[in-house]
Design a protein around this ligand. Sequence first.
Ligand SMILES: NC(=O)c1ccc[n+]([C@@H]2O[C@H](COP(=O)([O-])OP(=O)(O)OC[C@H]3O[C@@H](n4cnc5c(N)ncnc54)[C@H](OP(=O)(O)O)[C@@H]3O)[C@@H](O)[C@H]2O)c1
Length: 325
Amino acid sequence: MAKRIQFARTGGSEVLELVDVTPAEPGPGEVRVANRAVGLNFIDIYFRTGLYPAPSLPSGLGTEAAGVVDAVGDGVTHLKPGDRVAYAQGPLGAYAELHTLPADKVVVLPDGIDFETAAASMLKGLTVQYLMRQTHRVEAGETILWHAAAGGVGSIACQWARALGVRLIGTVSSPEKAALAEKNGAWATIDYTKEDVVERVRELTDGAMCDVVYDSVGKDTWETSLDCLKPRSLMVSFGNASGAVEGVNLGILNQKGSLYTTRPSLNGYADTRERLEAMAAELFEMLESGKVKVDISSRYPLAEAGKAQDALQGRQTTGSTILLP
Ligand SMILES: NC(=O)c1ccc[n+]([C@@H]2O[C@H](COP(=O)([O-])OP(=O)(O)OC[C@H]3O[C@@H](n4cnc5c(N)ncnc54)[C@H](OP(=O)(O)O)[C@@H]3O)[C@@H](O)[C@H]2O)c1
């Protein structure tokens, strides 16, 4: 038997329960990983609350972890028992001691990256990789606006932007979060709970505005974000921390300056093993070179996953949080 967190109905963190399950044997093309550290992500809350529907209930939760390969199914050639690995995609169920998933979603960890660092950065760091190197390949000297800059994804984005010579303006909800984002390399910060974001962006850029806005807050910031862009530039909406953006009238992109917009996901970019491995190699290089240092601000026992989610949803966290099986 092995322990995992599951939920039988959607709702608040009280629906999460720690149960004993018989771990699935890996089928053809699958591996089973003994998790040493598990990543906590906002998407886990979307599944728990039902904003994103789980394929079936009861369901496991979580898609990000690092650990050791425990067993491999037929046809798996790039992994063997004992390999140190990490993953950020695949079926829900990473909040567990053992998780079985497609081997194509699992990459071997370089010796220099420990399990906690990997669990705290695979999903968030691969997200920053595709957003800044693929969705739009940011160039030195460009100015970008990044919402929730002191969060898990945001903390990695600030450091990656600094390494690329990009001027990242980060939004945050407190002076402490502003200080953290600036320490991580944000060129400037704006408290979006108190300041007029559009006016501050105008001042900071001498009226030029931003080349790209990266918005994971969603409903509360969508329109402000469009107002922070240069004509003909790109709005990247990649999350819903405040609720989903709905009912968009496409004409608004015309009114705000012939803008472009996209709503990307990690699964849409890391959609083959080759692409995942290339993206992971770039992330691991950033981690091993020290250009990106992952800030693990909280660690919780697996059994306290609900408490960890409440802190994330309540805007109390900074950087990454991990769960320890
Ligand atoms: N599309 C993708 O591929 C992809 C992949 C990974 C993550 N994401 C998205 O990226 C975002 C960041 O993920 P994360 O796991 O690193 O979380 P996080 O940034 O550590 O936490 C979310 C942050 O959002 C801000 N926020 C603004 N309004 C909020 C509200 N009403 N409720 C809660 N938080 C609010 C808070 O920062 P302040 O207190 O500073 O406002 C909060 O700390 C999430 O929206 C997530 O869904 C998308």
